[in-house]
Structures are given as C-alpha cells and as structure tokens.
Design a protein around this ligand. Sequence first.
Ligand SMILES: Cc1cc2nc3c(=O)[nH]c(=O)nc-3n(C[C@H](O)[C@H](O)[C@H](O)COP(=O)(O)OP(=O)(O)OC[C@H]3O[C@@H](n4cnc5c(N)ncnc54)[C@H](O)[C@@H]3O)c2cc1C
Length: 297
Amino acid sequence: MLDPHPSLPEFDYIKPKTLAEASQFLADHAGEARPLLGGTDIFVRMRDGFWKDQYLVDVKGLDGTNEISFDPAKGLTIGAGVSMNRVSAHPDVKVHYAVLAEAVDSVASYQLRSRATIVGNICNASPAGDTIGACILLGGVLNVHGLDGKRQEPLSTFFKGPGSTVLKAGDVVVSIELPLPPKGLQGTYLKLGRNKSSDLSIVGVTAIGYPDADTVSGYRVKVALASVAPTPLVVDKVEEIMAAKPITEDVIAEAAEAAFETASPIDDVRGGAKYRKLMSRNLSKKALTVVWEKLGR
Ligand SMILES: Cc1cc2nc3c(=O)[nH]c(=O)nc-3n(C[C@H](O)[C@H](O)[C@H](O)COP(=O)(O)OP(=O)(O)OC[C@H]3O[C@@H](n4cnc5c(N)ncnc54)[C@H](O)[C@@H]3O)c2cc1C
C-alpha cells in the first residue's frame, strides 16, 4: 500500500562540469543514477517510492542545454534545460511553432512550467506527455551525448513503451531540433482532462496540416494521440485519408474513425478505456475541423 504521507528519500545531488563527465557518471552508476532537469516528474516518482535512485545528475547548464535559438534556414533548437515557459514565450515559437506553444500551455500550471522542460516531458516517455505529439509531428530530432560522443535520435523511433526509450546508460539529451515547418502549417492541440489545470490528459490530440501540391486533396494532414496507447501514437491512416481525396466533413469523419480504430487505451484513474477510445474519435474530429478551418477550408 502507498504511504499516505510520503517524503522525499535521501539522494546525492551531482553537478558535472561537462557532458563527458555527466555521461561517464551516469554510465558508471547505471541503475542508480538519472539525469535531472526540472525534477517535476523525478521528485514525484521518488517521493512516491517508485524510483529509488541514489544520484540525481543535474545536466542543466551543460554545453548547449540552456539555449533556445531559431535559424530561418535550419529551424528551432531548444536546449534540454530550457523551461516550458521560455519556449512558449519565444517570439519565433509563437510565429512558426504555434502548435507547440499551445501544447506547452496546456501542461499543468504556469508555476510548474517555469521548472518543467520539453526534453524532460519527452524523456519521461509517458504516453500522456502533452508536448510530445507536436514535437513528433513537427519532425523533432534529439541531440544526444553518450559514452561514444554525440548522435541524433529522431523522435519517430524514440519511444519503446511507457517510461521506456532508446536511450542507454550514459546518454544525456542535450537539445531538441525542430526543422522549419512547411509553409502555411496550421495546427492545434486539444486536451481532455479531469480539470483545466494540473492534470494529465484522458485523451490528447495534436493535429497539423499544410498545403501540399503532391496530394489529391492538396493538403498534408497529420494526427498524434496522447494517453491512448503504450507510447505517443501517430495515426498514419489519418494522413492517408486526408491526402487521398478532396477534404469534406465526411472525409474528416472517416479520418477521425481511423483514430478511433488505432487507439488502444487502458482503464486508469483518469478514465475508462471505452470512454478514451470514443473520445479519441470525437476529439480528433474536432481537432481536424479546427485545422481545416485554419487552413481556410
Ligand atoms: C503537479 C504536476 C502536474 C503535471 N501536469 C502535467 C501535464 O499536464 N502534462 C504533462 O505532459 N506532464 C505533466 N506533469 C509531468 C511533468 O511536469 C512533465 O513531464 C515535465 O515536462 C517533466 O520535465 P522536467 O524537466 O521536470 O523533467 P525531470 O523530472 O527532470 O525528468 C523527467 C525524466 O526525464 C529524464 N531526463 C531528464 N533530463 C534528461 C536528459 N537531458 N537526458 C535524458 N534523460 C533525461 C529524467 O531522468 C526523468 O526520467 C505534471 C507534473 C506535476 C508534478
């Protein structure tokens, strides 16, 4: 039974001076050390007894982790230690990555977002992570520093299961890169939660769309679902359906049905599986309609 009055266990706080030092320490202490950013997931999991790490390795401030920058040719780079509030307040994020700002602003409260990071949200690998869908659909790639030096990990192949990713002992995510979005991109994030603040989603739907002369419909439209599968879920069928014929209300309904069919949620404290599955259809339909209207239908 869970302790009704849990407290944070003792741990050692490690502040490495370089990425190489951080990776070495994490590898030497595999299974008893983890990277620390905002700590908004870590401290809750440790307080509740689910995680028992002896060492928290603070990677904020290490080379490349503290900057957010936009290059009109390359896109956006968000350092791992950049808080969610810094991201959504960034002028270039508001203009070019509005769907990410919308997803960020749906996370808990302003106070929490002053600590919480997008990279922490991703590395925690909860299927409910609100910012993950936008990062995947926008083509996000992680810059990782490991024992063998630097490498990149695309988000499309990053998640293996709840709380599980392709990261290995010694890996530190330094930043996430989001390429320049296609011209005319519109998007939205719709989140169904038990309340308007400080709760994870029952279902979350990220939808984006942009003009694409190579499709029959003239548009490329994509949907990612949160909280309805073991990992964040991109519904490939939505893209196929929305590309294959001129977009109408019926086509949107067909695409939303594909989201319903792809979702494989479980029952948990926030909602039943059946409700979640039905809401993945309803919310997808709403999100696709919003995007379609933003595109000028
Ligand atoms: C009250 C409350 C409400 C919340 N509401 C929401 C919500 O509405 N939506 C939502 O999505 N989440 C929510 N969360 C969860 C949490 O705030 C987010 O997942 C947040 O983005 C985590 O970021 P962080 O910087 O605090 O990560 P941390 O807690 O520091 O780390 C999270 C995980 O990532 C790993 N990690 C951290 N940095 C790195 C790195 N550089 N390289 C590799 N691995 C790393 C850590 O070891 C840990 O496993 C909530 C949490 C609380 C406490």
